[in-house]
Design a protein around this ligand. Structure first.
Ligand code: NAP
Ligand code: F7E
Length: 329
């Protein structure tokens, strides 16, 4: 049978890596994009000839049903969300519409149009929030600390509920932070590596950040999309925690990134209270032993390799951008 995948959020960081993986596995890949006045497929440019993009929106049930009818997918990956935690305090209702109720819209459309399709929901370690135990597993109770985290808890449980109510093959991947050179520039990892590159190129003197003490279990996005795919290849649907089992502070990330570029972070980083959050997630640490045991999954890129790759990519991008100016001068 032809393997056909539909990805929501294909224009995002994970969507681009997942599309690459599925194309190499021989899938016909469809992606849902929402209408915008300007093209925002930069992360997909190298893949566009191989993809079929369909216009739909998580806010619009009719468009989701039409996309499913057209793609007739065997696998659906729901990666679309309002995914930036600070924005969820500014737009809590919109976040709930996209990130929580949007999951029900998609699951219910799936139930009506192609109930046999396998479904992946992008759940998050933000659901653990003020952690009740460490490390966190699939059975650790949730205590979300942001409207985003609360919305993801809803998305997780509605996925479990559709599996239990309708026998759908629906999986929830509880993924810890994962980064890459394609990460959005507002997330702390990319903000740091882009900041380092700008300082290195003499474009900025300082980098303004918030809480440097927060700790995250950071991995490489390319490794994590492999886990998503593996979940949908199992005999039974289930939920899995995906992370590295190591935690690092924002300060460690900063120090490594600056040192890699030959810079002293203490001369450039300024603490700015504007970037503190109303409620913080202090420390996250994954126990991904179930994924290791059942999926045979483990991360391949180390934390240090990932930080260095992101710094190198941002420095190289600025060097490329600077070249025509140098010639003109
Ligand atoms: P991202 O880069 O922010 O991408 C989000 C995607 O969702 C974009 O393609 C965006 O489209 C799309 N989208 C947003 N609202 C939509 C709507 N109403 N209708 C249709 N599409 C919409 O996120 P990511 O880092 O790739 O993460 C992918 C998923 O995993 C998200 O659900 C995120 O919450 C979750 N997650 C991420 C991490 C992580 O560390 N990266 C960890 C755990 C869970 P536009 O391009 O049009 O904005
Ligand atoms: O913050 C601290 C901030 O915005 C990480 C999303 O993909 O992962 C991501 O959520 C930490 C926090 O990611 C700045 O306070 C300090 O403690 O990179 P972040 P996040 O909030 O962990 C989860 C798993 C998701 O599911 C989300 O979708 O860094 N921090 N200074 C800062 N954070 C930002 N953004 N900017 C700063 O200046």
């Amino acid at each position: 049978m032809e393997k056909r995948a539909l990805i929501t959020g294909i224009t995002g960081q994970d969507g681009s890596y997942l599309a690459e993986l599925l194309l190499t596995q021989g899938y016909k890949v469809y992606g849902i994009v929402r209408r915008a006045s300007q093209d925002n497929c930069q992360r997909l440019e190298h893949l566009l000839p191989c993809l079929t993009l369909l216009q739909a929106d998580l806010l619009d049930q009719t468009s989701l049903m039409a996309a499913l009818e057209e793609a007739q997918p065997t696998e659906v990956y729901n990666l679309a969300a309002q995914s930036f935690v600070p924005a969820s305090w500014q737009q809590p209702i919109l976040t709930a519409e996209f990130t929580a109720v949007g999951v029900t819209r998609l699951l219910d459309a799936l139930r009506k149009v192609c109930p046999q399709a396998r479904f992946y929901q992008a759940s998050s370690s933000e659901m653990f929030g003020k952690v009740r135990e460490s490390p966190q597993t699939e059975t650790t109770p949730f205590h979300p600390r942001s409207p985003y985290g609360v919305a993801k808890v809803y998305g997780h449980y509605i996925t479990v509920n559709y599996r239990e109510s309708y026998g759908m093959f629906a999986c929830s991947g509880i993924l810890f932070n994962h980064e890459s050179p394609r990460r959005g520039v507002e997330f702390v990892s990319r903000k740091i590596t882009q900041g380092v590159a700008r300082i290195k190129h003499g474009l900025d003197e300082e980098l303004r950040l918030g809480n440097l003490e927060a700790k995250r279990d950071w991995g490489f996005a390319g490794d994590y999309v492999r886990a998503m795919w593996l979940m949908l290849q199992q005999d039974e649907p289930d939920d899995y925690v995906i992370g590295t089992g190591q935690t690092h502070s924002v300060e460690e990330f900063v120090r490594l990134a600056f040192e890699h570029a030959g810079l002293d972070w203490r001369r450039h980083v300024v603490i700015d209270p504007r970037f503190y959050r109303p409620a913080e997630v202090d420390v996250l640490l994954a126990d991904a032993s179930k994924a290791r045991r059942k999926l045979g999954w483990q991360p391949q890129m180390s934390f240090e390799q990932m930080v260095y790759a992101m710094v190198d990519a941002d420095i190289a991008a600025l060097s490329r951008a600077a070249k025509p100016q140098a010639r003109a001068a």
